[in-house]
Design a protein around this ligand. Sequence first.
Ligand code: GAL
Length: 669
Amino acid sequence: MNIYYGGDYNPEQWPEAVWHEDVRLMREAGVNLVSVAIFAWSKLEPEEGRHDFGWLDRLLDLLHENNIGVCLATATAAPPPWLARKYPQSLPVTKDGVKLGVGSRQQYSPSSPDYRRLAAKLVRKIAERYGDHPALELWHINNEYGCHVYESFDEDSAAVFRTWLKDRYGSVKKLNEAWGTSFWSQTYYAWDEVSPPAAAPTFINPTQQLDWRRFCSDALLSLCQMERDILLEVTPEVPATTNFIGVHKPLDEWRWAEVLDVVSNDAYPDPGSAEAGIYAAFQSDMMRSLKGGTPWILMEQAPNQVQWRGRNSLKAPGVMRLWSLQAVARGARGVMFFQWRQSKAGAEKFHSGMVPHGGTDTRTWREIKALGQELQGLGEVLGSRVHAEVAVIFDWETWWALELDARPSHDVRYLEQVYSFYRALWQQNITVDFVKPDADLSGYKMVVVPNLYLARDEAAADLERYTQNGGTLVMAFFSGIVDENDQIRLGGYPAPFRNLLGLKVEEFDALPVGATNTVKGEREFSADLWADVMTLEGAEALATFTEGFYAGRPAVTQHAFGEGSSFYLGTRLDAAGTAWVLEKACQQAGVTRERFPEGVEVVRRTSEQDSYLVLLNHTAADVQLELPERAADLVRGEAMKQLTLPPYGVSFLRTQKAQAAPIKEAQMD
Ligand code: GAL
């Protein structure tokens, strides 16, 4: 199997003469897949019902003649200006009632019947015209749903929201119960009285806001589903994807992944941030997890700098390769870029391209070409899978509910919390899968549950069963606080987890910005953000607060539960403290730890026959490594027990663990 290599290709921005140079260079760089026509609606349909496919016919033929596959877009991401002029009610409206106009992209209300009708027609046309084209490999549905417009407060959206609520609740009475509308005289007597949570005098009903979040994800999903259904009808054998924008709050990606054949992602880690490499790994692990470990595609990344941050750092030599190969190590079957040729005009003219403004005598091009050639030798790893012993629970509903406006601390941010645990595990070279709260956890030695604020009954029961049956669970504060309607679970916090954790939280303190407390156990750590004031009911304190009126009260606990064990963090510990708790839990769970120098990332992949070790140096210096087992470099073939990785260097190694495909002795010395 080949690793896909290529990028977004926007030939409509260039005269046709340039296309010939494009395909020549694509071949030189080993490009085998390009995403085409993502923003081409206005070129494909100059006025309603009149189409111009000639240029796209010629382009697809040219690509095919050159053995370049096509990930063909449905072209619905940027409606043409005529659509807004003819159907102004299709434009999205902000919370404050401002209608968003043309001149950029994604200017449609997800619930606009006009947009839906016209998009559906276009998708069908494209599918019928190109469904049999030999270059077609994959459908690229729309582009980054919800990137700019993830909600719209127009009248169509309000009407569809009401229908969605009717389906969910069946009656206004049930809606009133779920939303707790006895509070502040909000009781509804007719569906027409219910509206989206647009601008209001003060805090809007939290359940209304939560349902709006659910609805907005579903409204976009129904667009994606609409396109998917048409494609499935016309071209049942061609797989389809849509590109996510990483771990993106507006879309419940667990549900979205069910609609897609392949998950794909756009990853733009900030080269100016020291965290970028870890955050990229976080995203990759999520993408791999969304469809249970099946290969995903890195659909977009920048060849070098982007143009949309305030300050756009360059990727130092080697960094583009490092992050690309990291994605492959963590399950990607494609390494793609935005975009092929750097634009001459438009808002993205300062965004790097695989072919920069400066042409081929540039560092970017040389790195692009070298990577394309290298990937051709790495295809065999696609036959293997990443194996994780640890699962981290990730839940979009919790993300939405936990970040509503009226709550104990605005500084508790879900993604930051999850990431802080991910980061600590990454630094200990522990690979994780992300899972839904109600996933089957039985295959994992340890489960981390960061701030599962919204806990459904089934999820709570599953976590309890998992631990009861011998699992090790690590849970952080502000978990199990509300049910799916954002109503408090009474009976002492965290009501559904009190047994499992062996404790009761009576109060929680939100620490002012910059304030800390010291937490003392075997060692001392700094804590901030939050403090649970808790009483133990069977758990033991591993560390206690040392300051304030709750000095001496437990901050971190452990509880033997059934055959397993639970750990609880009633505060946010500093990085060393988080690592300390996780290390204890890993020991308890028997999680394997690989010991490598700081800044070196390790990923293991296995198939029935083979096993691979991928080593990635995230530092700007050489690192000397002692390998845990003898291993052969996949590209160069040499076997070794030591290895020096250059700055940002990566090595794909086949290890000796694989019995069926032993490393040839001749290669070893
Ligand atoms: C993505 C988008 C691309 C391009 C890119 C620039 O979000 O899908 O079309 O705009 O960002 O970084």
